[in-house]
Design a protein around this ligand. Structure first.
Ligand SMILES: [Zn+2]
Length: 196
C-alpha cells in the first residue's frame, strides 16, 4: 500500500468519525489548513489526552478518568435503582433529563449474535452480580428500541427474573427503532416515569 501524503492521511483519519464521508472530511481538512491552523495541534492534543486518560468506570463501565465515575462515587444517589443502558452516550442522555437518581450499568453494546456479540461481550454476568447486590430493588432496562435492543432487554429480564430480581422496561413513547442518545429529553423522562 502506498504511503499517503499528509493531506490524504488527514482526510482518511477524519473519515473514521461517524457521519463523515469523503466530502465532509475533505472540507474539514481544507478548512483547517486554510483558516484554522491553530486548531490542528489543539485537536491533536485533545484527542491524544482523551484517548490516554479516559477509561471505563470499574463499577458501571461508563467513561471515566477516575477508576470510579462521578455517578458511582455519589453516595446521595438512590441505591435501590439500577438502570441498564447500551452506551456511555445513552447514560449521558439519561443524566441530562435530571429525572433519574439511581445508579447505572453500561453494557457497552447490545446482543447481536450475527456480529458475535453475546452475553459475555455485553458483560451480562457482571450486570447480574451487580443487580444481586442487596440494595438493588429494581433494574430498569433502558436499552434502545431497536430489534437488538429489545432482544437484549428480553434476555436480561429473563435472567434477572430467574434470580428473583425485579426488572422494568422504559415505557413506549420512545420511537421504535431509536437510539436513546438521539431522543429528546422530555420523551426519555416520560418513558422513565412510565416504566413498566
Ligand atoms: Zn460508574
Amino acid at each position: 500500500m502506498p504511503v499517503l501524503n499528509s493531506l490524504d492521511a488527514l482526510i482518511e483519519a477524519l473519515k473514521r468519525l461517524p457521519g463523515v464521508g469523503q466530502k465532509s472530511a475533505q472540507r474539514m481538512a481544507y478548512h483547517l489548513l486554510q483558516h484554522d491552523r491553530l486548531a490542528m495541534p489543539r485537536l491533536a492534543d485533545a484527542l491524544t489526552a482523551a484517548g490516554e486518560n479516559i477509561k471505563h468506570c470499574e463499577r458501571c463501565h461508563t467513561f471515566s478518568e477516575a477508576p470510579i465515575c462521578g455517578v458511582c462515587a455519589d453516595v446521595e444517589r438512590d441505591a435501590r435503582l439500577l438502570c441498564v443502558v447500551e452506551t456511555p452516550a445513552d447514560q449521558a442522555a439519561l443524566e441530562r433529563t435530571a429525572s433519574y437518581r439511581g445508579y447505572y450499568f453500561v453494557l457497552l453494546g447490545r446482543l447481536s449474535p450475527l456480529d458475535g456479540i453475546g452475553t459475555r461481550q455485553i458483560g451480562a454476568a457482571e450486570l447480574l452480580a451487580r443487580a444481586a447486590e442487596e440494595s438493588v430493588e429494581e433494574v430498569i432496562l433502558a436499552t434502545s428500541f431497536t430489534a437488538e435492543g429489545e432482544a437484549t432487554a428480553h434476555v436480561l429480564a429473563e435472567a434477572l427474573k430467574a434470580r428473583g430480581i425485579k426488572s422494568t422496561r422504559l415505557a413506549r413513547g420512545v420511537p421504535v427503532g431509536s437510539e436513546l442518545e438521539y431522543v429528546d429529553l422530555g420523551t426519555i423522562a416520560h418513558a422513565l416515569t412510565d416504566r413498566r
